[in-house]
Design a binder for this molecule. Structure first.
Ligand code: PLP
Length: 408
């Protein structure tokens, strides 16, 4: 079936250039993706018809809000193929989800235990482990990357040793678009009895996830990168593992009983959701998941592969441009980073903005990866399924002009 990108674009009000009085080629989806009308409607409907706190009052609005929140959890459980909705913890985002694991799973670790991440990680999957190392004497180790910007699988036996308790790695790199070979990672972790966390922030927008098939233990992602609201994210965790973990934050609705002396805690997921949760945001994230599910996944994938190929081909023909990361289409998602000899990524982004091309330039919260590639930053185009050939061509034409101006 042909992929009707015009019909997809029409569902995103913000993509209408008339809304801005200037062209818009939005290629910064790795930072935040836009919301379709269906998601905007779901949020407005909730806020205008069902707004109330959840799991507290008994009036009809509170009941409706609680039902909407529970249904959102069901939808997210379906999106990742969880064994049950109780395995879905709503958080404020992917960062908060990883921090939750660092605190609550981290509380089960002993000094000298090891946590392994990789050189590819976003800072949100490095810094919480550094903080845990300081707090608890846990030792952190990093899987190196290959010249192509993928996990160096040959190094796994050296890095993942008998003291390793958790391997926490990105599913898809926010810099190179490289997809992690999860099977190899899980095999190496299981061989030493370690758990596996995948940071799915950049994978979640590209269709439903099957955590059972992946064979991992935790999966973290954000709403705003998958066409949903911000301020919401999900931590999926294996039920038996969540049940063993102490809470991270304390407060309302995560307890069974509180006396002046002590607290006993509710079962997961409530144990991990202290205080009033982001309710409309959860409703919006669930609407986003349903919206993604409504799209023909194969056609969307083929569309994005075609656009990625068009972009890589165009960059390949440009002098002074070096793609950082895989230059082929195998095991990659539509995120493409490049460096331009003699030009700073911020200047490139600024000049392309004049053409209406929205990119991101900088270290992408991945300074160790920048160091591994010997650059301080890159320019990044990250695509979503509403992007079209016109967006890619505008980027390539603008980049060509920009390079001639900046490096003449
Ligand atoms: N992990 C990856 C791979 C990311 O790209 C990002 C954000 O760019 C995050 C984690 C953090 O996501 P958030 O800022 O939504 O918590």
């Amino acid at each position: 079936m042909a992929f009707d990108v015009a019909a997809i674009r029409a569902q995103f009000p913000i993509l209408d250039p008339a809304a801005h009085g200037r062209p818009l080629h939005y290629l910064d989806n790795g930072a935040t993706a836009q919301m379709p009308q269906a998601v905007l409607d779901a949020v407005i409907r909730h806020e205008t018809r069902h707004r109330a706190n959840v799991k507290r009052s008994v009036h009809f609005l509170a009941e409706a809000a609680t039902e909407a929140y529970d249904q959102a959890r069901d939808a997210m459980a379906a999106y990742v193929n969880a064994a049950g909705a109780d395995e879905i913890v709503f958080t404020s985002g992917c960062t908060a989800a990883i921090n939750l694991v660092a605190h609550s799973f981290g509380a089960l670790l002993k000094p000298g235990d090891e946590v392994v991440f990789s050189t590819l990680e976003h800072h949100s999957n490095i810094v919480p482990w550094h903080m845990l190392a300081k707090r608890a004497g846990v030792v952190v180790k990093a899987i190196p990357v290959t010249a192509e910007g993928r996990l160096d699988l040959a190094a796994l036996p050296k890095v993942i040793g008998p003291r390793c308790k958790l391997v926490a790695v990105t599913h898809v790199s926010n810099v190179t678009g490289a997809e992690t070979d999860v099977a190899a990672l899980v095999a190496a972790a299981r061989a030493v009895g370690a758990k596996v966390l995948l940071d799915g922030a950049q994978r979640a927008p590209h269709g439903p996830i099957d955590v059972a098939a992946l064979g991992v233990d935790f999966y973290a992602f954000s709403g705003h990168k998958m066409f949903g609201p911000n301020g919401i994210g999900v931590l999926w965790g294996r039920g038996e593992l969540l049940a063993r973990m102490p809470p991270f934050l304390g407060g309302g609705e995560m307890i069974t009983r509180v006396t002046l002396e002590e607290t006993s805690f509710a079962e997961p997921p409530r144990r991990f959701e202290a205080g009033t949760p982001p309710i409309a945001q959860a409703v919006g994230m669930a609407a986003a998941a349903r919206w993604i599910e409504s799209v023909d996944q194969e056609a969307a994938h083929a569309h994005l592969q075609k656009l990625t190929a068009r972009l890589l081909d165009g960059l390949d023909g440009m002098k002074k441009v070096r793609v950082i990361g895989p230059t082929g289409l195998q095991a990659r998602f539509p995120v493409v980073s490049f460096a331009v000899e003699g030009a700073h990524p911020h200047d490139i982004c600024q000049m392309l903005d004049e053409d209406g091309v929205a990119l991101r330039g900088g270290h992408h919260c991945a300074q160790p990866l920048m160091a591994a590639f010997g650059v301080t930053g890159t320019t990044r185009a990250s695509l979503a399924l509403y992007n079209d050939a016109g967006d890619i061509d505008a980027l390539l034409a603008g980049l060509d002009r920009t390079i001639r101006r900046l490096t003449a």
